[in-house]
Design a protein around this ligand. Structure first.
Ligand SMILES: Cc1cc2nc3c(=O)[nH]c(=O)nc-3n(C[C@H](O)[C@H](O)[C@H](O)COP(=O)(O)OP(=O)(O)OC[C@H]3O[C@@H](n4cnc5c(N)ncnc54)[C@H](O)[C@@H]3O)c2cc1C
Length: 485
């Protein structure tokens, strides 16, 4: 049996879930490896600004400043007791091994336990014109602001639904940017019906109302129950306006030079997929999610899933889920006993708190539902897969001509989901288009299998002429040295 110090535990992600997982492992006497493709820790919500930028916590994180500061402080305190690999992508997982890439350096690391805290990204529904320059995801628009202090345009329209829609719009307003309109596809009635679940977190609900107040005071037009019709513009000039049908049937055109688009979030599940975790279809969310028990154990031995990458429940829940997953891993590795009254009480408390966040997340999902019905109505010329420039019409033709209604077969025939993003941004909508066209339940379409690499990799071993003379052996030795420093 390995001693605690010898146990190899790898945490993927240095966001709220990953940091709390690492903290629990260190407290138990382990020295985990923490890998994150970002240059700095903090994850999505508490993304740290680049070195040398000096905006205050209040400016960057608003009402979440104290939480961001606490997470950063705690991670800094861990640095001497973990092996932190920033700027490093986990591009594949094979049995008990993760495959890493950092620049042109590649490396493999073995693990006894793997805690995947890979977070979420925007869930996107296509609209004609969303491939034009100037159309971003809401998350992308926020990253530009948080990381670089930039707005995506001089006059931005925020369109879609979900908490991020109002949050990013308010953040833009506070930063002095012009938000020309907020176009929300969800309705007031949906929000009212979701209230019992949303009242699980009254403080968070109040923050939502505060965002609406910011928009109202800035005079930003907010329309609910809209149907997006098109993002208009030209290949040369990019986005020039947005067209939408309002709830009362009137058509609205808003002039703008940028659009931020998103329909809440989707879990980043490719790593879990490559690690061999079983998935189940969640009919309410209309998506496939990895199976986990209440502490984050997946169906694959030694693989634990926590945070938004497993279930989108927000940052506070991610911190708790990260800790719970680490405690589960420690228990399974025999590194801690979960039988003391204190340990049992903590586990019970964390599970109870997570249950409340789960209910609140259900409320958000019902208040800001994924507009599956839009997929069936997409005009044939709408690009569905932006990487491969495949339209809804081409995908529908594949369904008719080949009879391919299973996601992976339809991908093989149409190339939807075969490009750079590996389906991360088009797979959900693509599956909806297939299901609507073939008139089969979405579940029957299945899901795209995870493929390595999860993101594009550098093919060249090295860039400079001197480096090109480097042998593979020398290259590997240099990478190993760089990693160990
Ligand atoms: C774009 C975006 C913006 C958001 N903004 C807000 C906000 O302002 N307020 C709010 O309350 N909530 C926000 N959310 C939701 C919030 O970020 C999450 O609830 C919270 O951050 C979840 O924490 P986490 O640790 O699960 O994941 P994250 O914080 O997302 O952290 C995941 C980490 O894993 C890393 N990672 C993922 N895959 C790999 C890989 N293959 N290899 C290496 N590293 C990897 C990522 O770089 C990231 O740092 C946002 C979500 C997104 C997607």
């Amino acid at each position: 049996m390995a001693s605690r110090a010898e146990l190899k535990v790898i945490v993927i992600g240095a966001g709220p879930a990953g940091v709390r997982a690492a903290q629990a492992l260190v407290a138990a006497g382990l020295r985990p490896v923490v890998v994150d493709e970002g240059r700095r820790d903090g994850g999505q919500i508490y993304r740290r600004q680049p070195e040398g930028f000096t905006r205050s916590y209040e400016t960057l994180y608003g009402t979440e400043a104290a939480r961001a500061a606490a997470l950063h402080r705690d991670f800094d305190a861990l640095r001497a007791q973990i092996d932190y690999l920033p700027d490093t992508l986990v591009w594949n997982v094979t049995p008990n091994t993760v495959h890493l890439a950092s620049g042109a350096c590649y490396r493999e690391l073995a693990f006894d336990a793997l805690i995947v805290c890979s977070g979420a990204t925007d869930r996107l529904m296509p609209v004609p014109g969303w491939h034009l320059a100037g159309a971003y995801s809401l998350g992308g628009a926020q990253v530009a602001l948080k990381s670089q202090g930039c707005a995506i345009g001089a006059r931005t329209v925020m369109m879609g639904t979900g908490p991020l829609l109002y949050l990013v719009a308010a953040q833009y307003v506070k930063a002095g940017a012009t938000v020309s309109a907020v176009l929300d596809t969800s309705t007031f009635g949906q929000r009212v019906r979701a209230l019992p679940d949303l009242l699980q977190m009254p403080a968070t609900l109040r923050k939502g109302f505060a965002l609406l107040r910011v928009l109202r005071e800035a005079g930003v037009p907010v329309h609910r129950g809209v149907t997006p019709l098109a993002i208009e513009g030209t290949a040369e000039h990019g986005v020039t306006s947005v067209r939408a049908k309002l709830a009362d049937g009137r058509e609205l055109r808003v002039e703008c030079d940028a659009v931020a688009l998103g329909y809440h979030l989707r879990s980043e599940t490719q790593i879990a997929d490559l690690a061999g975790c079983a998935f189940q279809f969640d009919p309410a969310a209309r998506q496939w999610l990895p199976e986990i028990d209440q502490d984050g154990r997946s169906s694959a031995a030694g693989v634990y899933l926590a945070g938004d990458g497993a279930r989108v429940r927000g940052a506070d829940a991610a911190e708790r889920a990260g800790r719970l997953a680490a405690l589960a891993a420690l228990q399974d590795l025999g590194a801690v006993a979960n039988t003391t009254p204190d340990a049992q009480a903590e586990t019970a408390r964390l599970r109870g708190e997570l249950a409340r966040y789960t209910r609140f997340a259900r409320g958000l999902r019902n208040a800001f539902p994924w507009p599956a019905q839009f997929a069936a109505a997409l005009p044939d010329h709408t690009v569905v897969c932006r990487c491969e420039a495949i339209t809804a019409g081409e995908l529908r033709r594949v369904v008719h001509e080949t009879g391919a209604t299973e996601a992976n077969r339809a991908k093989a025939f149409s190339r939807v989901g075969m490009g750079r993003c590996q389906g991360r941004f088009c797979a959900h909508a693509g599956a909806e288009v297939i299901a609507a066209e073939a008139r089969v339940p979405l579940e029957q379409v299945g899901r795209l299998r995870g493929q390595a690499p999860v993101k594009p990799l550098t093919m060249a071993l090295s860039a400079s002429a001197d480096d090109r003379a480097e042998t593979h052996a020398a290259h590997n030795a240099r990478c190993a040295k760089e990693y160990s420093e």
